[in-house]
Design a protein around this ligand. Structure first.
Ligand SMILES: [Cu+2]
Length: 141
């Protein structure tokens, strides 16, 4: 009985491994679940300040402002691609500045469609070094 249990556990583990090992061909238009990333916004930084996701991922950023009201705004065009004006992030709803009240958490959701580096920053004035409060999202192919 015990060996049967071990065997089925092994099969289960193998299945999980196989699923992970399978080459990933992600189409930009299809979402494969949601990747939730928890972030902290505080004077004067985002934690983490660098986020890495795989192309095609539906990303949900849950950002908590701990010490003051802050904001979150991300460029939807990758760094160096500004001239093309082609958005590489596809938002669930229209985006400008997402304001986060002190002690509250706001969610920003998008599909990471095009590989590249996307700058984000605080867009609610929060003090002296407000302008230094920024980070980047990296979409890996
Ligand atoms: Cu600020």
């Amino acid at each position: 009985m015990k060996s049967l249990l071990t065997a089925s556990l092994l099969v289960g583990a193998t299945l999980v491994l196989c699923r992970d090992a399978r080459p990933t061909h992600r189409s930009p238009s299809t979402s494969e679940g949601v990747q939730t990333i928890e972030m902290i916004a505080k004077k004067y930084e985002f934690e983490p300040a660098t986020i890495r996701v795989k192309q095609g991922t539906r990303v949900q950023l849950k950002i908590k402002a701990t010490d003051h009201a802050h904001g979150f705004r991300i460029n939807d065009v990758a760094e160096g691609k500004e001239m093309s004006g082609k958005p590489g992030l596809v938002f669930a709803s229209a985006q400008d500045c997402t304001k986060i009240e002190e002690g509250k958490t706001e969610t920003v959701e998008f599909v990471a469609q095009t590989p590249g580096t996307y700058q984000f920053r605080c867009c609610v004035h929060c003090g002296w070094h407000h302008r230094a409060m920024k980070g980047e999202l990296i979409i890996e192919p």
